[in-house]
Design a protein around this ligand. Structure first.
Ligand code: KIV
Length: 277
């Protein structure tokens, strides 16, 4: 299977096959996603909240992101990995953005994701693509602009706003993005945008009309429970399962059930006798 080529996103879209992406931040989760042959793995800056306990994505730096990208790339050797460029790691200058995008690739990512669309972003997308760094765009709700947007707000709720998002999407497409994440918008808005683009859209809270979907793995497995957005479907309840496991371990330690002989190493009889003499 041609796991590592960015061309597979367009092929999947052209074949009318939905694209399934998930996030991963660590080695063992990456191994599972790799085994499941997920279409791509995003090392999202959502890890700032989900893995590091911050309130939002502002606090994560490029150097911290690189640690997680390296862990995921070690765990998912066959998967296409996208490194999410964190807040202010690409906004200061084209050189800064290009250099940091290059660090993502050197750490094991196959592409990077950037939020928003303005002249700076469009130039950076072009420069990255020219340099051999595929770029995934991100429009609609863009968490790195949360202070400007004013919180978790559904985007693209009027025909004017939808057309503005579509215009931005077309510019990103023109600049060379291989796909665009559409976050938090009515299903009909995302469907309209998708139908008017050549490149695939990847929805999160944007309905079934996108070319593919992405969600935070810890959300759908019920591992991260601080908040659960409406668009999350829980396929497992790992928080409760892990809690039950930890409680069982604690009880068995207290009651001297664990470790049993099965989990212990035996000292040979002769040495044992020497200890009693
Ligand atoms: O950081 C993230 O995980 C994202 C989403 C698109 C899931 O950007």
């Amino acid at each position: 299977m041609a796991h590592k080529s960015v061309t597979k996103f367009q092929q999947l879209k052209d074949n009318n096959e939905k694209i399934a992406l998930l996030t991963a931040y660590d080695y063992s989760t990456a191994q599972v996603l790799d085994k499941a042959e997920i279409d791509a793995i995003l090392v999202g800056d959502s890890l700032a909240m989900v893995a590091l306990g911050y309130e939002n994505t502002y606090n994560i730096t490029i150097n911290e992101m690189l640690i997680f990208v390296k862990a995921v790339s070690r765990g998912a050797a066959n998967s296409f990995i996208i490194g999410d460029m964190p807040f202010l790691s690409y906004n200061l200058s084209i050189e800064q953005g290009l250099e940091n995008a290059g660090k993502m690739i050197k750490a094991g990512a196959n592409a990077v994701k950037l939020e928003g669309c303005n002249e700076h972003i469009l130039t950076l997308v072009r420069r990255c693509v020219e340099s051999g760094i595929p770029v995934l765009g991100h429009l609609g709700f863009t968490p790195q602009l949360m202070n400007t947007i004013g919180g978790y707000k559904i985007q693209g709720k009027s025909s004017d706003k939808i057309k503005t998002i579509l215009e931005s999407a077309k510019k990103l497409q023109e600049a060379g993005c291989f796909g665009i994440v559409l976050e938090l918008m009515p299903a009909d808005s995302a469907k309209y945008i998708t139908e008017n683009l050549e490149i695939p859209t990847i929805g999160i809270g944007a309905g079934v009309g996108c070319s593919g979907q992405i969600v935070v793995t810890d959300d759908i497995l019920g591992k991260f429970t601080d908040f659960t957005p409406k668009f999350v479907k829980k396929y497992k309840n790992l928080h409760d399962e892990v809690l039950a496991g930890v409680q069982a371990y604690k009880r068995e330690v207290k009651e001297e059930i664990f470790p049993s002989e099965k989990e212990s190493f035996e000292l040979n009889q002769e040495e044992k006798l020497k200890l009693t003499n």
